[in-house]
Design a protein around this ligand. Sequence first.
Ligand SMILES: NC(=O)c1ccc[n+]([C@@H]2O[C@H](COP(=O)([O-])OP(=O)(O)OC[C@H]3O[C@@H](n4cnc5c(N)ncnc54)[C@H](OP(=O)(O)O)[C@@H]3O)[C@@H](O)[C@H]2O)c1
Length: 320
Amino acid sequence: MKKKIIIIMLIVIVVGIGIFIAINYKNKKEGKNDMDDKIIEKLQAEDNVRKFDFESKSVKLNSGYVMPINGLGTYSLKGDTCYDAVTSALKSGVRLIDTAYMYGNEEEIGKAIRDSGISRDEIFVITKIYPSQFDKPEEAIDMALEKLDIDYIDMMLLHHPGTNDVKAYKAMEKYVASGKIHSLGLSNWYVEELEDFLPQVNIVPALVQNEIHPYYQENDVIPYIQNLGIVVQGWYPFGGRGHTSELLNNETIMAIAENHNVTSAQVILRWNLQKGVVVIPGSSNPDHIKENTEIYHFSLTEDEMEKINSLDRNEKHDWY
Ligand SMILES: NC(=O)c1ccc[n+]([C@@H]2O[C@H](COP(=O)([O-])OP(=O)(O)OC[C@H]3O[C@@H](n4cnc5c(N)ncnc54)[C@H](OP(=O)(O)O)[C@@H]3O)[C@@H](O)[C@H]2O)c1
């Protein structure tokens, strides 16, 4: 009987050691280590949250750089329309411009910035490299630097998760070391993707840019990201083209706008800011561009914030 117990115990120990070795081997192969959970836990402290400064209209990133909290999105703006929109935005005081390799407008944006006469260090430019570029990231980064031609890139994001995303991010880390990129970030990364990705890289991203609007609020994802010390930025603040009129004419939002003598667009942008979400509305209309900067002279009450929160439909307006 005693012998049997000893044999069973030995089997349990051997199997246990086997499982332990197998898990460690798998983690090592994936570039993870047993500190991973602790790193995430340490990052996940509420006092990590980067607070917005509504006076300077900016936020200090975990990279040490300061970024404006409202900007201009340039998706679908091309050629002269893009150049004019960026020029108009800069004239209206916008100092944050969001672009991407995929938008095909980095050259126009760089030119508008150079022509503006505004000191380079006053402007914050975000661009992104696309998954199709992840296998040759250095080429992609050099191309962005060349097209923008503004000496350095303030922030570079991976546009989507994809094959070789860790490799691409690690290449961007090298450009941070050389000063050609100041801060790094991710776009379209959610909780699971972050849990998997963060332990594999050295620089904690400074920003995550995801779809966020009153009909798709990500109320569970936003605090998770913010508690990691990462700033959240929302794309499609007005729901994206084809959806804007439904959102801007929403009765709840219109009533709140009337209350403050502002527009629905301004209410939506302000709602984002009060949730700690940076806004990058897209527009080629100079009046809209200016209107979208005038979001600091009023604030929404808790009740109004709640009313907009209750509009959430978990309704994504794009696939990513
Ligand atoms: N990371 C990603 O995967 C991703 C995906 C999509 C977008 N983005 C970024 O997010 C930015 C914002 O998204 P988006 O530009 O596609 O959509 P959006 O900002 O939700 O909506 C843009 C639309 O809103 C209109 N608009 C802007 N300001 C307005 C105002 N004050 N009143 C009435 N209408 C107004 C614009 O028309 P007018 O031109 O007439 O003003 C345009 O048709 C993009 O430009 C891009 O930089 C990122």
